[in-house]
Design a protein around this ligand. Structure first.
Ligand code: AMP
Length: 219
């Protein structure tokens, strides 16, 4: 099962990808998280990607395509994977096809820009492990400290107001056209991303079940 989650920054792709991946027991691949981990480690890849990520621009296609090629070869991807934040451009989508990866479904989470900006403005992320919190809807047990690893919670550089606006410009220019790309092959569905997270997950699971049942009737 190969699933792509699409949607603007702050639409909840990461949260839903993580919940759905544990439910389906398949891998969750977040290119943003892989890049942030490289930046934290100060690796050569992190050094070359850092400036793009901090300013809300896209990291060049060849870099992210290479990351995803490598990641999808790992053992935990054998039963499938959910891509969160990839592809973000048409050439990235074409690279997946070239690799022979058949996408079962691309799901677009629909959330208005104003709502995403509000969510991202409240978001706090762990500096050490990247876990995400929200003081209003998902607070940590101890203020400013990650429940999981004890790391400090910060506002991500690219969650600052001016960078959020740039990420939206990039999204509508470079990523939204992907909806048309997947629509052509009838592999895209939209879901209301403003519902509560449990309800969105139920809707996602229903979509996946309907794909699995078509597979059984048309093997
Ligand atoms: P995300 O966590 O998905 O919001 O990604 C954070 C940042 O990582 C983005 O604003 C980009 O700078 C970079 N990034 C993540 N995924 C990609 C991708 N598929 N292509 C290019 N840049 C990416």
């Amino acid at each position: 099962m190969h699933i792509i989650l699409l949607g603007p920054p702050g639409s909840g792709k990461g949260t839903q990808a993580s919940l759905l991946a544990s439910d389906l027991k398949i891998a969750h691949i977040s290119t943003g998280e892989i890049l942030r981990e490289e930046i934290r480690r100060n690796s050569p890849l992190g050094i070359s990607a850092g400036e793009y990520v901090r300013s809300g621009k896209l990291v060049p296609d060849e870099i992210v395509i290479a990351i995803v090629k490598e990641r999808t070869k790992k053992e935990d991807c054998r039963e499938g994977f959910i891509l969160d934040g990839f592809p973000r451009t048409i050439p990235q989508a074409m690279a997946l096809e070239k690799e022979g990866v058949t996408i079962d479904i691309a799901v677009s989470l629909e959330v208005t820009e104003e709502e995403c900006v509000r969510r991202l403005g409240n978001r706090r992320s762990c500096l050490k492990c990247g876990a995400v919190y929200n003081p209003l809807t998902q607070p940590p047990k101890k203020e400013g400290v990650c429940d999981g690893c004890g790391g400090p919670l910060i506002i991500r550089e690219d969650d600052k107001a001016e960078t959020i606006r740039e990420r939206f410009r990039v999204y509508s220019r470079q990523t939204e056209p992907l909806l048309g790309f997947y629509k052509e092959s009838k592999r895209v569905s939209s879901l209301d991303g403003v519902l509560n997270p449990e309800k969105i997950l139920t809707n996602l699971k229903n979509l996946v079940s309907s794909i699995l049942s078509t597979r059984v009737s048309n093997p």
